[in-house]
Design a protein around this ligand. Structure first.
Ligand code: ZN
Length: 136
């Protein structure tokens, strides 16, 4: 069994942003040498997340609006007394820091409308994305 890990850096430019990292992940899977297995995409951050969905500009804005409705940034959260980003921690907790995808015939398996996106919830920041590919 092969285990291949690679880290990518992603710079975000807005407080809320969805960054399409599909090409980054697919190129890492291609370099991994794994033919059949699993690719795990993870952000080691408490205020960012990973999703797999359609990278369509209006939907991207809808997702950001929905995140803001679930965890409003303007609400006087307790954590804001020490660090003005409680909304980002809450949304990141709900969405989650990782997604896993099948790898088959040396390629990442995903639906036509499943782009892999880093969800920035407290940017702009420099984010790390760790991709681990496990298989044969
Ligand atoms: Zn915080």
């Amino acid at each position: 069994m092969r285990v291949y890990r690679e880290e990518a850096r992603v710079s975000t430019s807005g407080r809320f942003e969805l960054v399409d990292i599909t090409d980054i992940v697919e190129s890492i899977v291609a370099r991994s040498g794994v033919n059949e297995g699993i690719a795990h995409v993870f952000v080691p951050h408490a205020t960012a997340a990973i999703i797999a969905n359609e990278s369509e500009p209006r939907l991207v804005q809808d997702i950001i609006d929905a995140v803001k409705a679930i965890a409003p940034p303007e609400k006087p959260w307790r954590h804001n007394e020490i660090d003005d980003n409680a909304h980002a921690h809450i949304a990141a907790s709900i969405i989650g820091p990782s997604r896993s995808f099948p790898v088959s015939s040396g390629r990442l398996v995903r639906g036509t409308w499943q782009s892999i996106m880093l969800v920035e919830l407290d940017g702009p920041r420099n984010r790390r994305v760790i991709v681990t590919v496990v298989g044969v």
